[in-house]
Design a protein. Sequence first.
Length: 205
Amino acid sequence: MSADAIENTIPEEDQLRADLYDFLSALLARPPGDDLLRQAAGLSGDESDLGQAINAMARVAALTGAKSVEREFNALFIGMARGELLPYGSFYLTGFLNEKPLAMLRKDMNDLHVTRAANVFEPEDNIASLFEIMAGLITGRFGAMVPLVRQAEFYNRHIAPWAEHFFTDLEKAKNSVFYATVGAAGRAFTEIEREAFRMNAVGSA
């Protein structure tokens, strides 16, 4: 194994974190197709809150078609004028889109050499984009792997203040069926990440 390969080896726990960030990001960025729904249906979890949410997601995914989930996604996030939910940090933190939290995010993205894809037009503080960024920070997708302390800074600044609230709203949304399970998984995962970052900070103090 080369020195570069050794340097870029990701611990299994961190790879699992990145995979879940990426998976939830994919479900929240656009309606999942048949392949992603089959992937969701094949998941299994343990007895933890996150594991139970994943088990519920698998059960619902196995019984749900892509067309049905697309209608659900559109009702939740798009709608005729707007969807039932607005999954943006600025909206949850200020009540408006494109506010100061987005400007702060763009500055941090620039510092981390993270650029928005040319074919993406939504504000970067969309929950799907933020989860994709977290996965990239863990795996080194944007260059070198980012240390845990820097991951925590990004998470605590741009995700922790509002994501659990959003995922709770998603669980309870009137149009949520499959996405109620996505909300439950997202809420449980963000709780785990928040507590893990807190414990790491305490242990490092």
